[in-house]
Design a protein. Sequence first.
Length: 430
Amino acid sequence: MPLHPRLAVLLCLAACRPSAPAPDPAGLDPVAHRYVRLALALGRHDANYVDAFYGPDSLRVAAEAESLTVGEVRAAAESLVAALGDSTPEYADSLLALRHRYLRTQLASMAARARMLAGERLTFDQEARALYDVTPPRYSDAHFDSLLARLDSILPGRQPLAVRYQRFRNRVMIPKERVDTVFKTAIAACRARTLQRLSLPDGERFALEYVTGTPWNAYNWYQGNFRSLIQVNLDFPIAVDRAVDLACHEGYPGHHVYNAALEQALVRDRGWIEFSVYPLFSPQSLIAEGSANYGIDIAFPGAERTAYERDSLFPLTGLDPKLAELNAEVRTAMEGLNYARNEVARRYLDGQMDSAGAVAAMQRYWLQAPDAAAKTLRFIDTYRSYVINYNLGRDLVARWVERAAGASAVDRWRVFGALLASPRLPGDLQ
């Protein structure tokens, strides 16, 4: 079904197209090309906005030549949103309906980011809704206190809980000289488990680097052609269970697999150029971060992870394997406290607490040491409401997959794999 007639006036804006484009029965390709150019244009004003781009160089050249201001990007994005309309047409191909909604939602988010760059102030919840298509839940201090009480029972003692927790975590830190070996071992295990359930593109691979001085713990820089650069920050000690976390989240079946699946299924097989650019501050990030975090659980469900860490990773680190079970209990108890970062970010960004109060709150409710809490605040200063994508994103993906697949591990992998290769966004999961 063709797009709304108002899109006819936008055809002249899509000057850069593949020489032999795939069939476009919905007429969405002109919007997709303009979307890519607008994303690249906004990236010229916001260094963090474009997380990845592997489309034609002609689109980048065109965006640079057009040299749009932030206000012009906003106006163009809003025009496209209006042209796409408030409702989604009935397409014979369900993926086309998802593509239509994807473009409309991503463009609306782009316009919101442009408004923010121009100086518009949004509350934490308004920003999360505008950028990521969700409204994050609120939790009281009493909620987090109850979770801390659970952890207190797991790590009993007379010292403050934060001290007991940090001392225990220090017992499971990977010695620096063994970090590379442990990470590469975990990556190999995550990849092997993923390959048992999902088909990956031929030639997919990534490079691993260690860095310092960043506001994040690890990052996947997708480079196209099924390749990624994964960087791990060595500023702080790394616990042994973080090896599985990061190997799954950044690699298999997380960001690397997600980006490769989109490139194969949507960019190459369907010619949907919009997926060759990844705007970081957009609804796509909730799917990306949520699926990467849920990927840890799907690759190493329940006791399987504890057994793997006990039998494979703890011996590599030289740490006592008997700590694996207790470490798993502590990790599970801490998972609910991940939402504390959201609450601190909300109160801090909304002006309800200053930086000292935010650091103190992270020490209290996320049991972070002062230097780690300061690093968390640095992340919040840089990425703001992006923090919701890790925990809320994970929970939305988990509920959607498990609702569709039930308890079957085979079906969960099947549904999960379909999600990775589709244009679904947060609104489709709720």
